[in-house]
Ligand binder design. Structure first.
Ligand code: FES
Length: 158
């Protein structure tokens, strides 16, 4: 059979089967990629949390039972020295975003806008706030106190 005749003749059974297997393999592979992408879309792998670490003060700058107001990226933050250790809270009221104050004598946070009161642990004691003050992770290294703010959340609460 010449080359010209081979081109014009219908494919042999073996060639037909080989083409069919190759096509089926391609379709199966494409299906697997679509399935993988679909599963990754529906169940994305957990992302590693990334933190930004801010120095908020020295341990001896904040005596036990006191809180110090500082500003991080222009937002108010309170560093409280409690019996259980240092705690850092957002100074932004979860109700409507006013700035809370620390009341030294009562050892609680107070929002002057609508009179929300928060305990020294940030919990809601009174008023309209729907939730406690945002609390941030603290790290004490030697004599220094740091706060860790999650980078993806943009940091400092509502
Ligand atoms: S904004 Fe703080 S109580 Fe309303």
């Amino acid at each position: 059979m010449t080359k010209e005749e081979e081109k014009k003749s219908p494919p042999s059974r073996r060639q037909f089967l080989a083409a069919g297997v190759a096509a089926a393999g391609g379709v199966l592979l494409s299906g697997l990629f679509v399935l993988r992408d679909g599963l990754l879309f529906l169940f994305p792998p957990p992302r590693e949390k990334r933190f930004v670490k801010y120095l908020v003060g020295k341990k001896d700058e904040i005596p036990a039972g006191k809180a110090k107001e500082i500003s991080i990226a222009g937002k108010p933050v309170f560093v409280a020295h409690l019996p259980e250790g240092f705690k850092v809270f957002s100074g932004i009221c979860p109700h409507l975003g006013c700035i809370v104050k620390w009341k030294e004598r009562e050892k609680e946070f107070y929002c002057p806008c609508h009179r929300a009161v928060f305990g020294k642990d940030g919990s809601v004691l009174a008023g309209p706030s729907p939730r406690p003050l945002d609390e941030f992770e603290v790290q004490v290294e030697g004599s220094l106190v740091f706060v860790l703010l999650e980078r993806s959340k943009g940091g400092l609460g509502s």
